[in-house]
Write a protein of this length. Structure first.
Length: 365
């Protein structure tokens, strides 16, 4: 990463924290910090992405503002994480999407959805799009299956490639060995930490959100969001298996595995992000990176819109609204895939990499 004021500020703060060590039991950051005497760019970048933003250290810190040392770990690390997403974005030409992210996401979503709608209407006609279609293959009478597959798989594959390239550069810059990234024990430990949202419990009492009081609300909202997203992915995977292995075409029965998984996932990516939006609205601005709130809000609203349109499509799939809803839902999903590497979703990749590194560091020597 290029040298920035944020990097230098993070180094300054870590030197102070490493001398104090009052917050050593709060999260993964401080035990990782104590393994270092000096802090380079890669060290603070790693620690910033290991930070889950629980804010407990800010309210416990005797050197926090208005003290002259002005130690504000959550805010500085949040700013540094945003720089991480920008500097490791691939291709580099799209780094600009991370500045004014909310506007770009809204524009891309609108353009993709409108173009998909116009294209579908031109090829299929208004009567087909607004007709009532039922039974196996009903969705594909509006948009053919192969078209859906090609449209969705291309941006998704590019997002995966972008994340892999960014993660490998990040891993190199934080000074980790290439072989450690694929260590089964470290990966498993990191997955367990992510699944439990272990470090969103602060020192065990929860995050200090929306103020200095302890709360597990942020942790639970994140869990709903994450597991909802994973259930939606599982539903798509099972539906893919049904289609290609057994020749069973969507839409499926309401009690089928893909529908049950998708419905539960859809509920998760609606309720979880709504909870996070409510928490952010009332949160203390001092320990937060308020300059880049738009990135968080854009991602949360995209998840909500994906869940709402998906659930609406499930409920209204045997009506004349199925066609328009399918176009809108698919347009939002495509825009979500396109913007994955250039928004808040990037935090999952770099935090996972940081947790793998931390799993290695806490192994007995």
């Amino acid at each position: 990463m290029p040298a920035t004021e944020t990097l230098e500020e993070a180094k300054r703060i870590m030197q102070i924290c490493n001398s104090c060590r009052y917050c050593e039991g709060y999260c993964a950051v401080f035990p990782a910090m104590t393994k270092r005497l000096l802090f380079g760019d890669g060290d603070v970048t790693y620690l910033a992405n290991l930070c889950h933003g629980c804010q407990g250290c800010f309210y416990a810190c005797q050197y926090a503002p208005p003290h002259e040392f002005a130690v504000n770990v959550p805010k500085t690390f949040a700013e540094l994480r945003a720089e991480t997403y920008r500097d490791y974005a691939w291709p580099g030409v799209f780094k600009g999407l991370l500045e004014g992210n909310a506007k770009w996401v809204a524009l891309i979503t609108l353009v993709v959805t409108v173009l998909l709608g116009i294209g579908t209407l031109m090829v299929q006609g208004v009567d087909t799009v607004t007709a009532v279609h039922t039974g196996a293959g009903a969705f594909y009478q509006v948009i053919p299956h192969n078209v859906i597959v090609y449209l969705a798989s291309a941006p998704f594959a590019l997002a995966i490639i972008a994340f892999i390239i960014g993660a490998l550069k990040f891993w190199r810059d934080i000074g980790a060995k290439p072989s450690e990234l694929f260590s089964p024990s470290a990966v498993w430990q990191a997955l367990k930490d992510v699944g439990q949202m272990k470090y969103m419990a602060g020192g065990g009492h929860g995050c200090n959100y929306p103020d200095d009081n302890y709360s597990m609300g942020r942790r639970y909202a994140h869990q709903l969001t994450m597991w909802g997203f994973l259930l939606c992915f599982a539903a798509t995977s099972v539906a893919t298996l049904y289609h290609y292995a057994f020749g069973w075409e969507a839409p499926y029965d309401y009690l089928s595995i893909p529908v049950v998984l998708g419905a539960l996932g859809g509920i998760g990516i609606v309720i979880g992000p709504i909870g996070l939006l409510m928490i952010k609205k009332n949160a203390d601005p001092e320990p937060r990176d308020t300059k880049r709130t738009g990135m968080d809000l854009a991602f949360l609203w995209m998840l909500i819109l994906t869940g709402v349109t998906g659930l609406a499509l499930l409920v209204l799939r045997e009506t004349s609204l199925m066609g328009p809803l399918l176009i809108i839902h698919l347009g939002i999903v495509l825009a979500l895939f396109v913007t994955f590497p250039y928004g808040k979703m990037a935090h999952a990749v770099y935090r996972m990499a940081s947790l793998i590194r931390f799993a290695h560091e806490r192994k007995p020597s």
